[in-house]
Ligand binder design. Sequence first.
Ligand SMILES: O=C(O)CCC(=O)C(=O)O
Length: 267
Amino acid sequence: MGAYHESFKQDGFVLVEGGITDHVLEDLRTAVTPLIENRGDTLRYQTILEPTYFHHAFIDFLNLPNLAEVVTDVLQTDPSFAGLALLLGANKNTICNWHRDFGDTHPDVPELTKNHATQFIQYNCAIYDDTSLWVVPGSHARLSHDQELAYAQYSNKEETFNRQNVDDATMHEVISNMPGAVNVQLNAGDCLLYNPVIWHSAIYKPEWKRATLHGAWKDPQIVDKFESQRWGIDHNPWFEDPGYMGELGDFFGPSLEKFRAFMEVYT
Ligand SMILES: O=C(O)CCC(=O)C(=O)O
């Protein structure tokens, strides 16, 4: 097993500094400019490979050899693609509450945390500097501690996911006081690969220019084994006819074929 695998297993994440090369970063800035300009009040575009938003820079990003090597080392196998979104932050102060993408009460979570913690990866890759995300290291590989559940319940108040119009000091206090919380500081081009069952949260401030690629890669075995790991398979119907994307590359191409096979079975 490589160093990335071991690090991801222990902490629930690995940081890849400069994961996006300068040339691809420049093309990505061009690609996301119209998305930023036309965002309205949206916090994210969920499926940026769809024809309306597509730009070939996204394919170049998905084939970056150094990132592909880290993904393959963490998973210890060739991945299935599992989605690509763009996170934008918000036009007003917003807290993305403390959560795990699948919580302790989900029937898959005891087994996922115990035996499969390195088989599914979510990532934030920053096109501009991004300090929005917070995580609790190590929480991906166990059920929650009582104090985490209690803190999340207290900090989330009555809101289900996002809390808006909170002043700067309250936002910082609410997010940073989670036991064990650490802030993820991404410079433009850096990527954090993390297990989305880890406790995580984020702060969005209107003065921060945010355009962060947010996607996933999975060990194909885990998709067949766990219902929770099939989330999103039906979000990309345009992949039934992927010709509009042109050359798919040596890494993304095979990973998309695996995803398309899952579309056949699970949609
Ligand atoms: O904005 C972020 O970086 C966090 C997004 C998030 O928590 C999620 O998609 O589950």
